[in-house]
Each structure stands twice: as structure tokens, then as C-alpha cells.
Design a protein around this ligand. Structure first.
Ligand code: NAD
Length: 573
């Protein structure tokens, strides 16, 4: 059901209104604030089911057919113009790498500098646009994604990033629409957050964009994240250079075009696919660089952070650095857990999208008493998992991993398991890249809970289990907390409430998204704002009202409505 949105959003007064006669007295500093609430009602986008014969399935099928064996030509877009450079690149379909889904080009240093200038030229006017106007563009883009453009963006995400229909739906439709709508709502409501005014002065807060340009660098694994990394700062009045991932150019460009069609002025976001290091060193070398909105791996984020610090003396303003990185997410199972929930939750969290979600479960801690049952059921379910072509066969549970590099990395981990005396492969792990980059789901058991396979992110369909003596569960909770440098997501399965409380206390810093009797994946915008700390990132919680604040530089204004009087103080008389 498409959501009905108000055509005109309420425009809150810039300054707090003076209290009316008979109204309660003004609160003192430290007391409650006046709220001129004009809440913007939005709800999470419903997730469609794509049953055979349904209208959404028919529309998707048509969109998939339209892309069959096609190669879309995707330019850089700088200064509102489509630009081609000589550095041609191709994005291939991961499950059929003979299919080039997109031909695009890398922006070079020169073009990136042009993009910076074009963005800066648009900044002042865009920043001065009322937030309601900016929000309206994102509401419109969300409506387009929810309705007429849904099938196109889903099909491009399925073919380009090897997602099954449901994985594409929760990402490129539901999450992206939610990001656009909720951010727009939060932005409009933020304007109503105004400071106290004490007569004879009125105080106000102006939520300005940052002074300069923001670089948005997106990962391959969520179409929604790319749209949000570029979209959220734009909504808040910033201008952006968006470098999409090489393996998600097709869907990213579709999102970019939708934003333009929804009314985003051409120079607010420059669309610049580029070689990562060329992009990173060019943007961080500009004196106007004022923010990085990054999602991806830890080494890339650290590299960019170092480049920023090396250039610190050049900048006109301290840049905001937001980075959401990897995870080594856990499922802890207590002896009181509900076994079927553990099994179905773990199958989904470990293997959906081939384990290529930052929140994917990759370490499972099971008590010895329950392990035989859990193992039996896990292996039984594993037999049912179909790995294949998500377009030709809708029974596919997950498809190929994203590219040759990922395939090679996952294969190395499986070899490590084959050769290490601590590890035994219980099932799966066969790799075949003849047609696409396919890896069968793999379950490994480890005798050593600190083996590197329990510490490092694999980003593939590999789950490692450590079986512990159940009486030592507290030690295991401490072990989970201290095993890996990450702190992204984690889950505790236990019916015993006291154990749940203990786990919450001992694992307080082990995850930024913590689940109790639920799987470690599947956060929903505005319901479970996402992000972790430690090596997992700056934990800015996209999907919450706090996130958009990162992309503003508030200006506090005091205006006094009475003459100031003499300069001497009473005590001086
Ligand atoms: P990646 O680090 O390889 O690439 C991310 C982006 O950085 C890409 O656009 C890439 O081209 C670019 N890049 C690479 N080198 C660069 C450089 N020197 N300067 C500037 N840009 C550069 O990551 P990926 O493989 O695309 O994504 C997977 C990673 O992202 C995993 O670690 C995953 O956990 C993480 N991730 C985290 C979250 C989260 O919210 N925490 C969400 C999704 C993905």
C-alpha cells in the first residue's frame, strides 16, 4: 500500500512564539521547553511478498526481462552534465560474470576537482532552501521508489548485486524508502527543536549544512546505504560527491536518477564512480572537504581517516567523519534457549545474501547439552538451501558472492579450515567460479575459540561454531566480548531472564545492535537504528533522528528586542 503523505508539510515558526495571555508561564532555564509540535506522520514501507501471479511479481518479471543480456551505459554526472572519460570499466553480474550489466567510467583527478567546484557553486542556494522544500524532494523520491520505480531498482539490485527478490525488496525498496521518508520527517521536526527564549530576547537555532562538500563513499552490499550516504547530507543542505561502489554502479545510478527526477537540483549530488584511492586522495586534499560519509571495510576507513589527518592543516573547517564498518557478529546460545529459534535465526543470519551483510552472524556459541540437536537441525536445513541464479530460479535462498576478490578471500578461509587442526568443516564450502562466484554455505566447528576465523570478518557464507561446557557460560560471554576487535551486532538466545540480564551486562560494549531471542540481522529504519563501535565504526545510527544532526552545523542566534541600557553593573554604584 503506498503511503499517503501530506502534499504540503507543516512549516514550523522559525522563532518560538511568545506565550499567549493565560498560557502557562514560560519555563525557566533547565525546565521544560515549549514544543510547537507538528509531527510528520510516516510509517515503515510494507514489504511485498512477490507471490506467483501477484502484480508486484509481474512488474518485477518485466523489469528483469528488460535487463536480460543488456549493458547499461552509465556516465559520470558532473555540473549537471553527463561526462565520459577514457577509463572504461564494467560491472558484471556476480552469478553470471559473462553478463556485463553496466559500462561506466572512472572520474579522474581533474574531473573530481571539477565536481568539487560544481558542488561548491550550488552550496549556498541549496543550504538556504527551507528544509520543508528539501524534504519534499525526498518524500517524492520515496513515493517513486514505492510505486512506479520499485521494480526497476529491485531488478538492478538483483542482477547487479546478486540479491534474491526478498533481499532486494528489504534493501532497495523498503530500507531506502524508509531512509528517505524518516530522514525527511526528522529533518522537518528538527527545525522545531528551538532553544529557550527569555525576554527581552528571542533565541533560535538555524540548522545549516556544513561549509564545504561532503564525500559519500558507498559499499556494494546495500543499494539503500548508497542512497542514504549521499541523500541524508543532501537533505540537510549539504552538497555531495557520491562515489558508488564499483560493484553497485547500476542500482546506484538508478537511485541517483530518481532523486533528480524527484526535483533534486543537478549540482547538489555529483555522481562520480572513481578508483577508490584516486577518489580518496583527491577529495581529502581539498581545503573545502568538510565531511566523509563512509560505509565499507575497516582498512578503507582507516586509510581515509589517516589521509584526513595528514591534510588537517589545509581544511577550512574540521571535517565530520562518519564510518560504518565491518563486524564479527555472534549468536550466543544458552542452555535455556528455544532450539528451533536458534536454528532458523542462525540459518537466516549466517547465510542470507551469502553472509555479505555487515550484521551477518559468523560465530555461534552453543552449549554442549544442546549442540547435538542444534547441529542435527542446522545440517538438515543446510541441505534445503539452494544457491543459484536468483532471477531464473525464485527458490534460490542466496546467490553468488559479489566478485572474484571476495570469492578468493572466502576460499582462503575455507582452505584455512581444511588445513587447521583446530577446525573441522561440518558441511558445505564448495567453491565454483566457472559461471558465477558461487560458494556453498559452510559450517565449521572450532576447538579454539580464538582461532582467527572467530576474530576476523569473512563476509561470506561461512559460520563457525564453538561448543562450550554449559556451566561456563559466563566465561563464554566474556570470551565473546574480548575475541574480536568489532562491536557491530550480536544475539543472545535464552529463556532464562537472569541469564539475559547477565548477557546484557557483560556484552554491553560488544555490539551496537543487540538482539534477545532474535537473529543478528534485519534492522529496520526507525525501529533498530543501526551501527556499532570499536572497529565497527563511528556508530552514528543511520535510521534515527541523531544521524541527520551529523550533517548540520547549527547556528545559534540571539535577538534582543529592547535597548541594551548602560554598561555599568548595579554593584558598581
Ligand atoms: P570496501 O571498503 O572495499 O569499499 C567501500 C567503498 O570504499 C567502495 O566504494 C570502494 O570503492 C571505496 N574505496 C576503496 N578504497 C578507497 C580509498 N582508498 N579511498 C576512498 N574510497 C575507497 O568495502 P565493501 O567490500 O564495498 O563493503 C563491505 C564492507 O562494508 C564490509 O566490511 C561490511 O561489513 C561493511 N559494511 C558495513 C555496514 C555498517 O553499517 N556497519 C553496512 C554495509 C557494509
Amino acid at each position: 500500500m503506498p503511503l499517503r503523505l501530506p502534499l504540503r508539510l507543516p512549516r514550523p515558526p522559525l522563532l518560538p512564539l511568545p506565550p499567549r495571555r493565560g498560557a502557562p508561564p514560560r519555563p525557566r532555564p533547565g525546565g521544560l521547553r515549549w514544543h510547537h509540535q507538528a509531527a510528520v506522520e510516516v510509517a515503515n514501507e510494507p514489504i511485498l511478498e512477490f507471490r506467483p501471479g501477484s502484480p508486484e511479481r509481474q512488474a518485477l518479471q518485466k523489469a528483469l526481462n528488460d535487463l536480460k543480456d543488456k549493458t547499461e551505459e552509465i556516465p559520470c554526472v558532473v555540473g549537471g552534465e553527463e561526462v565520459w572519460t577514457a577509463d572504461l570499466q564494467y560491472q558484471v553480474s556476480p552469478f553470471k560474470h559473462s553478463h556485463k550489466v553496466a559500462k561506466y567510467c572512472y572520474a579522474d583527478k581533474n574531473l573530481l576537482n571539477k565536481a568539487i567546484n560544481a558542488a561548491l557553486a550550488a552550496r549556498k542556494e541549496w543550504d538556504l532552501r527551507p528544509v520543508q522544500d528539501r524534504a519534499q524532494i525526498f518524500f517524492k523520491a520515496a513515493d517513486m521508489l514505492s510505486g512506479p520505480r520499485r521494480a526497476e531498482v529491485l531488478a538492478k539490485t538483483m542482477i547487479g548485486q546478486a540479491k534474491t527478490v526478498i533481499q532486494a525488496e528489504i534493501d532497495a525498496a523498503a530500507e531506502l524508502i524508509d531512509f528517505f521518508r524518516f530522514n525527511a520527517k526528522y529533518a522537518v521536526e528538527l527545525e522545531q527543536e528551538q532553544p529557550l527564549s527569555v525576554p527581552p530576547s528571542t533565541n533560535s537555532m538555524v540548522y545549516r549544512g556544513l561549509e564545504g562538500f561532503v564525500a559519500a563513499v558507498s559499499p556494494f552490499n546495500f543499494t539503500a546505504i548508497g542512497g542514504n550516504l549521499a541523500g541524508a547530507p543532501a537533505l540537510m543542505g549539504n552538497v555531495i560527491l557520491w562515489k558508488p561502489s564499483d560493484t553497485a554502479v547500476l542500482s546506484s545510478y538508478a537511485v541517483y536518477k530518481i532523486l533528480l527526477e524527484a526535483g533534486l537540483p543537478p549540482n547538489v549530488i555529483q555522481f562520480v564512480p572513481a578508483q577508490g584511492p584516486v577518489f580518496g586522495s583527491t577529495v581529502t586534499a581539498s581545503e573545502h572537504f568538510c565531511g566523509l560519509n563512509f560505509t565499507g571495510s575497516v582498512p578503507t576507513f582507516k586509510h581515509l581517516w589517516k589521509q584526513v589527518s595528514e591534510n588537517l592543516d589545509r581544511y577550512r573547517t574540521f571535517p565530520r567523519l562518519a564510518g560504518e564498518c565491518g563486524g564479527k557478529n555472534f549468536h550466543f546460545v544458552h542452555a535455556s534457549a528455544d532450539v528451533p529459534s536458534v536454528v532458523s535465526g542462525t540459518v537466516r543470519a549466517a547465510f542470507e545474501y551469502g553472509g555479505q551483510k555487515c550484521s551477518a552472524c559468523s560465530r555461534l556459541y552453543a552449549p554442549a547439552s544442546l549442540w547435538p540437536r542444534i547441529k542435527g537441525l542446522l545440517l538438515e536445513e543446510l541441505q534445503k538451501i539452494k544457491v543459484g541464479d536468483p532471477v531464473e530460479d525464485f527458490q534460490t535462498f542466496f546467490s553468488a558472492v559479489i566478485d572474484q576478490k571476495s570469492f578468493g578471500r572466502i576460499q582462503k578461509w575455507i582452505r584455512h579450515a581444511e588445513t587447521s587442526p583446530n577446525l573441522s568443516i561440518l558441511a558445505g564450502g564448495k567453491c565454483d567460479d566457472t559461471v558465477g562466484y558461487f560458494v556453498q554455505p559452510c559450517i565449521i566447528e572450532t576447538q579454539d575459540p580464538r582461532d582467527p576465523i572467530m576474530q576476523e570478518e569473512i563476509f561470506g557464507p561461512v559460520l563457525t561454531v564453538y561448543v562450550y561446557p554449559e556451566k561456563q557460560y559466563q566465561d563464554v560471554l566474556r570470551l565473546i566480548d574480548g575475541t574480536s576487535p568489532y562491536g557491530l551486532t550480536g544475539a543472545v538466545f535464552a529463556q532464562d531472564k537472569a541469564v539475559v540480564e547477565e548477557a546484557r551486562r557483560l556484552l554491553r560494549n560488544a555490539a551496537g545492535n543487540f538482539y534477545i531471542n532474535d537473529k543478528s540481522t534485519g534492522s529496520v529504519v526507525a525501529q533498530q537504528p543501526f551501527g556499532g563501535s570499536r572497529a565497527s565504526g563511528t556508530n552514528d545510527k543511520p535510521g534515527s533522528p541523531h544521524y541527520i544532526l551529523r550533517w548540520t552545523s547549527p547556528l545559534a542566534v540571539k535577538e534582543t528586542h529592547a535597548p541594551l541600557g548602560g554598561w555599568m553593573y548595579p554593584y558598581m554604584q
